[in-house]
Design a binder for this molecule. Structure first.
Ligand code: SF4
Length: 518
């Protein structure tokens, strides 16, 4: 800036302002990047929803978003509102409970076709029948994307999927017809190519009382598209462009989708009907429904007391995790325990389960300790959280599951969020430095290991990040000897990759030793 130019810059947005996206306030930036594939349409549907919500004037403190399971189910995790990622097919009953307990809330169910009209199909039609005051945004990509592209209840007849390779024999559900037959007060369908119309319909649905449904036809190029010669997002958009026609007020039973036919879009239902809450209030004008159901001001029960007792302790430290000095970590809780619990966690594809197997093998076969290994992973074929839990003891193990790990190695934010609260007092938490942002208020001792970065930039293979982390574990804890762990790595990895994995282990070990000694 030279003399006289400062004034000219007044009103010019700063770099930070330019870099901010108008929707940033409603997105949980710390959860990004998202897991959706290139060309997927779910992000467009989310964008339309946020835009409609901001325009609606609704009090954002009184908006709740509920999702089920699946690619679209991830929406709840990315939206910065009171949001709930529930179990498969149960988004609508969960949302119903929220609405009954707090009628002031605007409750939005944002989920996929498989979740809403297959596993949750009964909930969908009965919520419509009751005219429960909910807005449902159903992202329909014609298959189960998250679990590998299986045929679902909306897969068009003759369409190919991973479980209907010769073509689907079944007739698909027509989502608008299902909603309308149930009694929904507003029903619309758009493809995500019709982004502005989709946004307007969501806006209308948000402001209209009763069970309102917007179906967003959305591309899944990775799976549905690949099986049906539309492997790119652009192919799917071209298909929508060619096949979709707008026909407002079409009879819902006329808007079936078949493989070669039109995709009829528009507003199909817009009616008035008393909601469940309206009728309840009429019957009991002086009673808040949640009071009647005993949902408000519930007196404490023995269960609550039990919950308090069961709550995990937090460490007596106020250190900011970003400033923890590694050399001062109290790893004694790990090294002195005769019974040690280790949890390795991350997302599918990071080799977490293999890392658990390597750890267990090292302890059992080479250090001659008692060991158990349990694994958990979601139904997702990609991107889902997974965990390998290892119990190591010099005596008999009477209970094989990990409940209070002394050591957690988290290689993904969601896995960290899920498990870090379990860490035993004085325990050690290793995180991938680039993929996990630990909660500075958690009061836990955290060591940041750039495992993925080392694997990618120094060793040229992201796949060995798990072994880099195992090397770091060997350096930071003496529950298992480094020799045993290294030997176990070499015995467990695919033939021909031993050298690379040995280098990964050594680099992780060396990095952590260096951190510990500084
Ligand atoms: S699998 Fe399909 S629906 Fe799921 S994120 Fe990828 S493109 Fe989207």
């Amino acid at each position: 800036v030279v003399d006289g130019e400062q004034d000219d810059l007044q009103g010019v947005p700063t770099l930070e302002e330019i870099q901010r996206h108008p929707m940033d306030d409603l997105l949980r930036g710390e959860r990004l990047p998202h897991i959706w594939c290139q060309g997927c349409g779910i992000g467009t549907a989310v964008s339309c929803f946020i835009s409609a919500l901001l325009r609606s004037g609704l009090d954002l403190d009184k908006v709740a978003v509920v999702s089920g399971i699946g690619c679209t189910g991830r929406v709840a995790g990315y939206i910065r509102l009171d949001s709930f990622h529930t179990t498969h097919g149960r988004a609508i009953p969960f949302a119903t409970g929220l609405k009954l307990a707090n009628p002031e809330l605007k409750v939005v169910v944002f989920s996929g076709d498989g979740d809403l009209v297959a596993i949750g199909g009964n909930h969908f039609i009965h919520a419509a029948r009751r005219n429960m005051d909910l807005t449902v945004i159903c992202v329909n990509n014609f298959n189960y994307g998250m679990t590998g592209g299986q045929m679902g209840p909306t897969t068009p007849t003759k369409a190919r999927t991973s479980t209907s390779r010769q073509g689907n024999l079944e007739h698909p559900f027509n989502v608008p017809y299902l909603a309308a037959a149930g009694g929904a007060t507003y029903v619309a369908r758009w493809t995500v190519l019709h982004a502005r119309r989709l946004e307007r319909s969501i806006h209308k649905a948000l402001l209209k009382p009763g069970f309102t449904v917007v179906e967003a036809i959305s591309p899944c190029p990775t799976l549905y598209g690949r099986w049906n010669r539309k492997a790119y997002g652009s192919d799917m958009f071209e298909y929508y462009r060619q096949k979709s026609v707008i026909r407002h007020n079409a009879q819902p039973w006329e808007v079936d989708i078949d493989l070669a036919g039109e995709i009829i879009c528009g507003e199909f239902v817009d009616i008035e009907r008393p909601t469940f809450q309206d009728m309840y209030q009429k019957l009991h004008p002086d009673v808040h429904p949640s009071e009647d159901l005993g949902l408000l001001q519930r007196p404490p029960t023995e269960l609550d007391a039990g919950f308090e007792v069961a709550r995990l302790p937090t460490l007596d430290t106020e250190r900011d995790v970003t400033q923890v000095e590694v050399g001062s970590l109290q790893t004694s809780a790990v090294s002195e325990a005769k019974h040690t619990e280790i949890r390795l966690c991350g997302f599918g594809g990071q080799g977490i389960i293999l890392a658990g197997l390597i750890t267990g093998r090292a302890a059992a076969l080479h250090d001659h300790l008692e060991t158990t290994l349990t694994q958990s992973y979601g139904p997702e074929s990609r991107g889902g959280a997974c965990s390998a839990a290892v119990v190591i003891s010099d005596g008999a193990i009477l209970y094989p599951y990990v409940t209070r790990p002394n050591l957690i190695a988290a290689m993904y934010q969601e896995a960290y969020t899920t498990y870090h609260g379990q860490l035993a007092e004085g325990g050690l938490l290793l995180v991938d430095a680039d993929l996990v942002h630990p909660d500075p208020d958690a009061g836990q001792c955290v060591v940041r290991i750039p495992a993925t970065r080392i694997a990618e930039e120094e060793l040229g293979r992201t796949q060995v990040a798990n072994v880099v982390m195992l090397g770091a574990i060997a350096a930071m804890s003496d529950v298992i000897s480094a020799e045993a762990l290294r030997r176990s790595v070499l015995e467990s990895v695919p033939k021909g990759t031993e050298e690379l994995n040995a280098a990964a282990f050594d680099r992780g070990y060396e990095y952590a030793r260096q951190q510990k000694s500084e």
